[in-house]
Design a protein around this ligand. Structure first.
Ligand code: MN
Length: 721
């Protein structure tokens, strides 16, 4: 007969003292609330249920979690086990306490030993709950830890199924989150039920050898301490023993008996600075011979769960193989508590740093799921199904968005809000600009760029994956504005046609303009009208297409790339934007640039520092929302026409020499013109050349400068628009 566990009330009263007075008031309120709610409820052990809540809260204080987590720990079973509704709790406690409790409750109700589809659905729900607030899983792990500590009071079948879930899911999670201490305890407890014979054998063996090992460890510590003092290095040296389950795993994997396991115990050296870690490593290797292939520097290359430490194995005192870990005290905290150590409230941490921290762990979480590879792993099979259909993405604030697989930033934007979707003009994923047709991946942090003048485009309908986005886009095009834009566009176009005195009837316009739709990036005549009406295309430009142009001799056909319709800039991910380069500052590829949304003339590209641009913003009395982040498209070569004017001493062979320099750089000459001024003995030559970037121009000018006779060089840069 096992005796009931002692009351944790006194211990709780003591540990809560490390919180502020205000926080303690809230904690006390949560305690009183939970106490009243669970009144009369007993655990299987015969103790009041509230003791369990207190124990969970105590584990959370040991992890130094924030006061909201402590309160949620106290309240974690209220929604599940009492009549109290979520709304009641929401009225009673400030955010995020009710949300945390709800998250924990959701996970608690998941059954992992169920039909396949349900398992998948449950894992998905768990990930989602954790992703919304990672504290949820820390509270859940603390709850599970206390349940495992008191598992002996439950019937055998419960003991086994709970232990299996603990080993397969919760210990794995704790491991991935770097919570080593909790993971080891969960594994050892689960093992004692699932593999009770092996557990007995190992614990007895460890105990049998303990005395002998202790002596050796104490001697080793004294020996090392002596050496470190001589070198003026201060550090704490501790003996460390492997947890039982890891010994068990090693015996099984490598088919070893207990006596064949030599690294049962090890030393851990904790010091203050990173430099000291390496000093200590040097010292250790100078007194004890290291075993080749056993050295690992997780300080320089941290593990994915943030674990940092130096590992080495040496032939220690008395020829004993000894494992040694060296780390700083900060690294030690992370090694033991993992994510919980990171969650620690740090004074002076900015909101941005908080979010970065959160995103880091969220990404960890999705990475973890992706990384599960062990085919024997229970979760392995599940994750395939979970991620077959969905992706989890995050907003810059760390909010979670669950979308169907292959979704795009447009789907994301519409998911957040219809307004965001409708004014979306671009997106950044993980802080990099991406096209709107980009396929989102698990763990992507998605930032939507909007503009007041932005609006949906017909081709979005081919890109989006969610029915929500598709319906909203369809609705937009059906909406009043769109109809009004078409009407307005029709009027404007007709006015412009008459202004040019063209002999075209209104009915002929669709056919006559059909060949030119592409030039305006319109999918239909109707869309062209809507764009004109909206103001992103001016009617005059469209009508100009119908006016016969004077035939000019075509210069040598430039390459395909040059005839591309994209101008070599990426405007915050907008596909094929209508772009022109501002004449005021003539940006050169490589210059920092920015786009300015004009009314009716698409986007004009300015240098970031352009003075007229600043003037424009003020003049148009618009806020900065008309500015769009714009970058040179590094993936596609940018072709620009440059006019180079060469003043040279006139001589025979001059033209040939200059052109051979240009073509030696594989640059295309689109046209040239030369004139000689015999009274000065000089010639002026002009070349129109296609170049990719500013570097190429500079390179070219440097080479031309060296051509015999060249006096001066000037260039103007004109884009092919
Ligand atoms: Mn519980």
């Amino acid at each position: 007969m096992t005796t009931a566990p002692p009351s944790p009330i006194d211990q709780f009263e003591e540990v809560k003292q490390c919180y502020t007075e205000q926080e303690i008031a809230l904690i006390d309120r949560a305690y009183a609330f939970a106490s009243a709610a669970h009144k009369g409820q007993l655990r299987m052990s015969g103790t009041p249920h509230i003791y369990h809540c207190l124990e969970v809260a105590i584990i959370l204080t040991e992890l130094r979690m924030d006061s909201a987590s402590i309160c949620a720990g106290l309240l974690h079973d209220v929604l599940e086990d009492t009549d109290i509704a979520y709304e009641t709790m929401k009225a009673e406690f400030p955010s995020p306490i009710p949300e945390l409790v709800e998250g924990v409750t959701k996970i608690s109700t998941l059954r992992f030993r169920s039909a396949r589809e349900e398992q998948v659905e449950n894992l998905r729900k768990m990930i989602l709950a954790m992703a919304i607030d990672i504290r949820v899983i820390i509270i859940k792990l603390s709850d599970r830890l206390h349940n495992m500590r008191t598992l002996q009071y439950l019937p055998l079948d419960k003991q086994l199924s709970i232990s299996r879930d603990t080993l397969d899911i919760y210990a794995q999670l704790a491991n991935r989150l770097g919570m080593t201490r909790i993971r080891s305890e969960l594994e050892d407890l689960a093992m004692s039920y699932l593999h009770s014979e092996a557990y007995q054998e190992i614990t007895q063996n460890v105990a049998r050898k303990k005395a002998q090992r202790e002596v050796l460890i104490q001697r080793s510590i004294a020996y090392l301490r002596d050496h470190m003092e001589r070198h003026d290095i201060s550090a704490t040296i501790q003996g460390r023993s492997k947890h039982f389950y890891s010994i068990f795993q090693k015996m099984q994997k490598q088919h070893l008996s207990f006596d064949e396991i030599y690294d049962l115990s090890a030393l851990r050296i904790v010091t203050e600075t990173l430099e000291q870690c390496y000093d200590i490593l040097g010292l250790v290797h100078s007194v004890w011979r290291p075993i080749p292939g056993r050295f690992k520097d997780y300080i320089a290359l941290p593990k994915e769960n943030m674990y940092q430490s130096i590992h080495t194995t040496v032939v220690g005192l008395g020829g004993e193989v000894t494992e040694i870990q060296i780390r700083t005290s900060d690294m030690h905290k992370v090694a033991e508590e993992g994510i919980a150590a990171h969650w620690l409230y740090k004074e002076g941490r900015t909101q941005e740093e908080e979010i970065d921290q959160k995103l880091l762990w969220l990404r960890q979480l999705t990475e973890w799921i992706k990384d599960i590879r062990d085919p024997s792993d229970f979760l392995n099979a599940l994750k395939e199904d979970v991620f077959a259909d969905i992706v989890f993405c995050f907003s810059p604030k760390g909010d979670v968005v669950e979308l169907p697989k292959d979704s795009t930033p447009i789907d994301f934007a519409y998911h957040i809000h219809t307004e965001i979707g409708e004014h979306c003009i671009g997106a950044r994923v993980n802080k990099k600009y991406v096209p709107l047709r980009y396929t989102l991946h698990n763990g992507d942090m998605v930032e939507i760029i909007t503009s007041k003048t932005g609006h949906p485009s017909q081709d979005w309908l081919d890109i989006v994956k969610t029915s929500r986005a598709r319906n909203k886009i369809r609705h937009y095009f059906k909406s009043k504005n769109y109809e009004a834009d078409i009407q307005q566009g029709k009027d404007l176009l007709w006015k412009a046609t008459r202004a040019k005195n063209l002999t075209i009837t209104q009915a002929e316009l669709p056919d006559r303009l059909a060949p030119h739709l592409r030039a305006f990036r319109a999918n239909s005549f109707e869309e062209l009208l809507a764009e004109i009406g909206f103001g992103s295309i001016i009617a005059g430009q469209v009508v100009a297409k119908l006016t016969p142009e004077p035939q000019k001799p075509e210069p040598a056909k430039p390459s395909r790339a040059q005839r591309r319709s994209t101008p070599g800039v990426v405007i915050a991910g907008v596909q094929d934007p209508l772009v022109r380069f501002a004449g005021c500052c003539s940006p050169i590829p490589g210059d920092p640039i920015v786009g300015f949304v004009t009314r009716g003339r698409g986007v004009s590209i300015h240098k970031e520092e352009c003075a007229s641009l600043r003037h424009l913003i003020v003049q148009s009395s618009q806020d900065k929302s008309r500015l769009i982040p714009t970058q040179w498209d590094v993936n596609q070569p940018t072709y620009s026409k440059v006019l180079v004017k060469v003043v040279s001493r006139d001589r025979t062979g001059l033209l040939k020499d200059l052109t051979s320099v240009i073509s030696s750089m594989n640059l295309m000459i689109l046209g040239s013109h030369s004139k000689s001024y015999s009274q000065k003995g000089q010639a002026i030559l002009k070349f129109q050349i296609l170049v990719e970037n500013a570097n190429q121009i500079n390179d070219l000018l440097n080479r031309l400068k060296n051509v015999n006779g060249v006096i001066s060089l000037t260039r103007t840069l004109r884009h092919n628009y």
